[in-house]
Design a protein around this ligand. Structure first.
Ligand code: ADE
Ligand code: ZN
Length: 328
């Protein structure tokens, strides 16, 4: 099974590029850009990676993102990730980024977007991996700030496939961003949102009803609502589930308690993803392996998870069909 997981073509739908910042690159960029971090060495950074909930992780994640300053930093971050992704047979990824995190530090789209775009083109040429970008709004900021990010993204819109919603969920319901999503959809962006990670099933319902999103990122709290699960299964709504993230952020106490397989058996359109792999102890293959070791899905179920991810991507239909053929 391990060999099969490694060998089969995979698609990543839930990955924050800022969450791929490895401790070694964090320290290197901090030194180069003269950013003070509260850590002196790799051991100290790694020791800080003990999280009690989503907020405890986000505090460190935003601190880490502060070392990204130049176009070349964003290029290096993206190319390092895509090189690694291609090495584990990821053939397509839809990568999220958090513009407001950078705008707040005076770093604009004209800095990070050329870095991302150059790395994405190079990775496709060198490794054959295709990449779409998803611009995420920070839900603990105002809707006006999200609208401003959308406005600033305009000159780069041809490089951005979708908009999303991330950061602290509790107290920041999807309805807060109804206008930003309506405007984004009107401009031609596809729509996704984090919902039901720490927040309850009502967050998932709101994201679907009010933001009209096509995919739910995480969505695992649908386990609390039988009717919602039946609705998600009937409508084939993709859930981009992140097993290692959920255990690391204590959404579930251990991998054995993770509902991934239960949801798959109930006919939900679940996919496996890595969220913030540099912080959560594993990239996509490791997420599949950890879930397999604890839940032991069979070969058919593995292929179904991969098939779900391909079909739930924003790739054109003919490209999806070519990839699906390689999975079965
Ligand atoms: N930003 C990066 N990772 C996130 C997660 N798991 N939930 C919400 N916001 C995030
Ligand atoms: Zn996420």
């Amino acid at each position: 099974m391990k060999a099969l997981i490694e060998r089969l073509p995979k698609v990543e739908l839930h990955l924050h590029i800022e969450g791929t910042l490895e401790p070694s690159l964090m320290l290197e960029l901090a030194e180069r850009n003269q950013i003070q971090l509260p850590y002196q060495n790799l051991k100290e950074v790694q020791a800080a990676y003990q999280f009690t909930d989503l907020q405890s992780f986000l505090d460190l994640y935003y601190l880490g993102a502060g070392v990204l300053v130049t176009e070349d930093d964003f290029y290096t971050l993206m190319l390092s990730y895509l090189r690694r992704a291609a090495a584990e047979n990821i053939v397509h990824c839809e990568v999220m980024f958090d513009p407001q995190t950078h705008l707040l530090r005076g770093i604009g789209f004209e800095i990070f977007m050329p870095g991302f775009v150059k790395a994405i083109a190079e990775a496709e040429r060198l490794f054959g991996v295709t990449t779409y970008l998803i611009l995420c709004f920070l839900r603990d900021m105002s809707e006006d700030s999200a609208l401003e990010a959308l406005r600033l993204a305009q000159p780069f819109q041809r490089h951005i496939k979708a908009i999303g919603l991330d950061s602290a969920e509790i107290g920041h319901p999807p309805s807060k961003f109804k206008n930003a999503f309506a405007q984004g959809a009107q401009s031609g962006y596809r729509c996704v949102a984090h919902a039901g990670e720490e927040g309850g099933p009502e967050m998932i319902k709101e994201a679907l009803e009010q933001l009209k999103v096509e995919r739910i990122d995480h969505g695992v709290q649908c386990i609390q609502d039988d009717e919602l699960r039946r609705d998600l299964a009937r409508r084939k709504i993709p859930l981009t589930v992140c097993p290692l993230s959920n255990v690391k952020l204590r959404v579930f106490p251990d991998m054995e308690s993770h509902p991934l397989l239960m949801l798959l058996k109930e006919g939900l359109n679940v996919t496996v993803n890595s969220d913030d792999p540099a912080y959560f102890g594993g990239y996509l293959t490791e997420n599949f392996l950890a879930a397999y070791e604890a839940l032991s899905f069979d070969e058919q179920q593995l292929r179904q998870l991969l098939d779900n991810a391909i079909r739930s991507s924003f790739l054109p239909p003919d490209h999806k069909e070519r990839l699906v053929d390689q999975v079965w």
